[in-house]
Write a protein that binds this ligand. Sequence first.
Ligand SMILES: [Zn+2]
Ligand SMILES: [Zn+2]
Length: 113
Amino acid sequence: MSAWECGIVDCGIVFDTVEALLAHQVTDHASHECEICGGHVPEGYFAIKHAFHKHTRAEYVRFYDADAAAVRRRERILDAVTTAVDPAALDDQLDDADRAPPTDDGGTNLLSP
Ligand SMILES: [Zn+2]
Ligand SMILES: [Zn+2]
């Protein structure tokens, strides 16, 4: 089993499972306000997923002042997490944390502070 390190600035906590990492990012970090649409999404993986799935790469580069290397790095993170994550296990983790899991419906299910 590989270790998953939280990539959020100044965090770096390591988890045994990707589901534990994602639950940590949702519950322990403040939500991220999308620079493109202004929607609030959980920080970390979900913020990347939102930016790359709801918006285009071109928008991401423009609004986040990102370069091609930054885009590729995030695509690799998305790939790695998407491949490894077990949605049912993630739901369990998020239920344990007593929070509604993020949805893919464009951010209407916002997390309350
Ligand atoms: Zn963290
Ligand atoms: Zn957005």
